[in-house]
Design a protein around this ligand. Structure first.
Ligand SMILES: Nc1ncnc2c1ncn2[C@@H]1O[C@H](COP(=O)(O)OP(=O)(O)O)[C@@H](O)[C@H]1O
Ligand SMILES: [Mg+2]
Length: 362
């Protein structure tokens, strides 16, 4: 990372909550993240940790009564969390694209794949010149040309023939490629990928990951990869943020997080990754993700934590640099500085045990 570059996307203390009958669910709780141009950031955690809510918050897609309750989401100098929907629509799909886990439920079954990629270009008026309506043959031809280029780029064979095919005529891997093509059609600066390979076979999964890596290298597209698979994130990402119960519990460069994990949850996730060639029992993390409507004041992982101390259940721990040294906030958000949230950090100053919540403190 060049120190003179500024982040393309930055979340500062973002809290997103869903009011429920049993109280507010803070699905994202004072989250700080920064993505630099050309970087790949992995957001990892079990189901229900708030990963998708982070991505949906960035795009302003939190359905009411859910809301972004606090914080800033800075993109290109603007706070997306304060923009009206009309402005956000111009950014969604064009500057920040998102791809989802299940391509078939995202693709529209009644339009051909080619038409759906073209729609993305049209929506953002990417191919200028000529009337949009009434029908302009020359403009449509240029759009189609671009669609065929993008289809070829994402590795859809025989784009000319596939242009006219419907989503159900594509295999799962090809559907995901089509979805990535829709995302890429406008050459976005940021790609948000929510479990993009979870529904695919491992061989296809590897191809899709390789494709995203190539896009990242060739176009400098910044990527946030959401996955429950720490092994996948380790192969693919520059930095990894581990989320638990709506909070980041550890963040750092991939090597730091994988080789020197500081949070027992990260260690637990690492022990769940099978080791090819070495027969080692997989050790699952006991218990389940807690009910976010019913969190106590302490560390949310304490009930499952093998090294929890009595203090852990009633004290709030800050995310803090593992080295204990002062560092720049932007570097901390990006994961350049290894940070964790645990009593075990040796340089830890015991927090105020009477603090009931984090009060918006990361
Ligand atoms: N629309 C909603 N209403 C109420 N709670 C929600 C809603 N969406 C998500 N949540 C809650 O927020 C938490 C995080 O969800 P999510 O972001 O989907 O997690 P992940 O993507 O990590 O699996 C979960 O506990 C989930 O129940
Ligand atoms: Mg999710």
């Amino acid at each position: 990372m060049k120190s003179d570059a500024s982040p393309i996307l930055e979340l500062r203390n973002v809290t997103t909550l869903f009011p429920t009958r049993r109280g507010d669910v803070r699905a994202v709780d004072a989250v700080n993240l920064a993505l630099y141009p050309g970087q790949i950031l992995g957001l990892v955690g079990e189901s229900g940790c708030g990963k998708s809510t982070v991505l949906l918050s960035i795009l302003g897609l939190i359905a009411s009564p859910g809301r972004i309750d606090a914080g800033e989401i800075l993109f290109d100098g603007r706070d997306l969390s304060k923009l009206p929907t009309s402005e956000l629509r111009k950014i969604r799909g064009k500057e920040i694209a998102m791809i989802f886990q299940d391509p078939l439920s995202t693709l529209n079954p009644v339009f051909t794949v080619g038409e759906q990629i073209r729609e993305s270009l049209r929506l953002h008026n990417m191919i200028g010149g000529g009337r949009l309506w009434p029908f302009d043959r020359a403009r449509t031809a240029r759009e189609k040309q671009r669609v065929l280029e993008v289809m070829a780029e994402v590795g859809i064979p025989a784009p000319e023939a596939r242009y006219r095919a419907y989503p159900h005529q594509f295999s799962g891997g090809m559907q995901q490629r089509a979805l990535i093509a829709i995302g890429l059609a406008c050459n976005p600066k940021v790609l948000l990928a929510d479990e993009p390979t979870t529904a695919l076979d491992v061989t296809i999964q590897a191809q899709i990951v390789a494709l995203m890596q190539r896009i990242n290298r060739e176009h400098g597209t910044g990527i946030i990869l959401v996955t429950h698979d720490l092994g996948l994130a380790a192969e693919f990402c520059d930095h990894i943020a581990v989320m638990y119960a709506g909070r980041i519990v550890e963040i750092g460069r991939t090597d730091d997080v994988i080789e020197r994990p500081q949070h027992p949850y990260t260690e637990g996730l690492l022990r769940c990754i099978p080791d090819i060639g070495r027969r080692r029992p997989i050790e699952p993390i006991m218990g389940n993700v807690p009910d976010l409507a019913d969190l106590g004041p302490g560390c949310a992982f304490a009930p499952r934590c093998p090294v929890a101390q009595p203090i852990c259940t009633h004290s709030f721990f800050r995310l803090q640099p593992v080295s204990g040294e002062e560092s720049d906030a932007a570097a901390q958000r990006s994961g350049e500085v290894h940070m964790a949230r645990c009593l075990r950090l040796t340089n830890y100053i015991l927090p105020d045990a009477s603090a009931q919540t984090n009060g918006g403190v990361p």
